[in-house]
Design a protein around this ligand. Sequence first.
Ligand code: LRH
Length: 492
Amino acid sequence: MSVLAFDLGASSGRAVLGLLRDSRIEIREVHRFSNNPVFAGEHMHWDILRILHEMKQGLLRTKQAGDKVSSVGIDSWAVDFGILGRDGELLGNPYHYRDTQTNGVMEEVLNTITAEHIFQKTGIQFLPFNTIYQLAALKKRDSYLLREGAHLLMIPDLLRYFLTGEKQHEFTNATTTQLFNPVMKDWDRELIKQIGIPEEWFGSIAQPGTEAGMLRSEVTKELGILPLPFIAVAEHDTGSAIAAVPATDGPFAYLSCGTWSLMGTEVKAPIINEQTLSSNFTNEGGVGHTYRLLKNIMGLWIFQETIREWEREGHDVNYDRLLHLAEQAVPFQHFIDPDHSTFLPAGNMTSRIQEYCIKTNQRPPQTQGEIIRCILESLVMKYRYVYELTEQVSEQSFGGLHMVGGGIHNQLLCKWTASALGKPVYAGPVEASAIGNIIVQWINEGVFKSLKEARKAVKESFPVLTYEPENAEAWKEAYQGYVKYTNLAAYV
Ligand code: LRH
C-alpha cells in the first residue's frame, strides 16, 4: 500500500508518496515548500506553524490526487525542539540551531561536566548547537520556558503531536540531543538534572517502525480526509537517509550530502572510546537498532550561503555557470577548513573565506570561480580526512563511498570527491531521506522483513551513478597543502 513521507530539510520540505509496483519502489512528490527561518527580535526561529500548514497542504493534495495511503511518517533535521506548557500548548517558537543563543555555552557546560563524562554516557559528538547546550542556554538566560514548560518535543515529534495529539519521542532523533544513554537505552536522567532541566520533560521513546498516533479528528474534519496512522520512522533525516543507502553486503562508508555532509559507517553498537572522543565522532541511533558512527562536516552550507550572499548583491548566480567557472579556475590554490567555527553562522561568507586565507598565509580567492573552487575543493579534502578517520576508528577499510541526498546533483562535487579519496563514489539515490522514511513505514507494514531486504529494493529501484577517481596522484599531493593550511587555522 502507498505511504506518505514528510521530509523536512533546513531550507525546504516535501511530501513524497511511496508506491510499490512489482516490488520496485516508486516515489512521487505531491507537495514541496520552502522552509524559511525567521529572525524575530534577537533570535532566529523556525516558522513551525507555517511548516504545519504546508504539511496539511501535502495531506490535502494527496487526497485530491486520489491517492490512498496507509500511513504517514515525518523526518526532519535533528537537535531542535519545542516546549509544551502544562495545557499542552506550544510555548514560543522553536529556536533554529544556528541561533547565537548557544555561543560559548558548550564551553561553559564542559567546565562543569567533563567532555569525557558526557561522551561516556551518550557517545554523541560535541556540536555547539546540540539540544543539551540549547537547553543550557535557556537555563543561563533564566528563560520563562523553564518555569512554564511541561514537555519537550523534538521538531518531528512536535509536528506529529500537532497532527495526532500524542506526545511521544522517537529514538533516532532522541539520540541527537546528547541526553540519551545508549547503554541504559533511555534518557540519561542524571545528565538532564545536571544541566538543570526538569526531567519530566522527557517521556517514553518509540523505536522507528512503530505506530505513534492517529490523525486527530480536528484535522480529519478540517481537511475532509479519513483518519490515518502515523509511524515513528527514523525521524532524524540523516537516520532516514542512511536507511536508504543501497549497500547490501559488508561494511560500507556513506556520505549523506545536503546542507550538511554526514560521513561515516553503520555499526551494531556505539563505539565509545578515547579515539572516537578525541576525533569527535558521534554514535547516532539508526533503524533496526543500528548506530551511525559518523562526523558532521559543514557540507554545502558555505556554498549555499555564498550563493545567497551574491544573489542579495545582485550578481549572476546561475548554478551551472558558477560550477563551470570553478572547474576552469586553477586547482589547489586556496584551502579552508569548512568546519572552522567562523563558517557556522549565516552571512558574509566571501569575506570570511578571504580572511581565513589571509590568516593562514594564503593568497585569498577573488573571483567567483576561485571562491567556489576553494569551497568545493576544501570540502572534498575534508571528506578524504574523515573517510580515513572513519576507517581508523571503525577498524575497517572501505572500497568506495556511497553518496546520497540532494548534494549529489552537484556532479562536480561527486567527481572531485572520487578524485580526492582515490576511491570510487556511488551516487544515489537523491531523495534518500524520503525513501528511508518510506521503507521504514513498509517495514512496519510487513512489506519488507528487514532493513537489508528494504535496501535491496532501493538498490533495484533507483539509479546509482559511479564516479571513478581522476588524477588521484595530484589530489593526493594537494591534500598535504590542505592539511598544512587547516592545521595553521587551529592557531588563528
Ligand atoms: C541534517 C541534520 C544533521 C544534524 C543537523 C542539525 O539535516 O539533521 O544530521 O547534525 O541537521
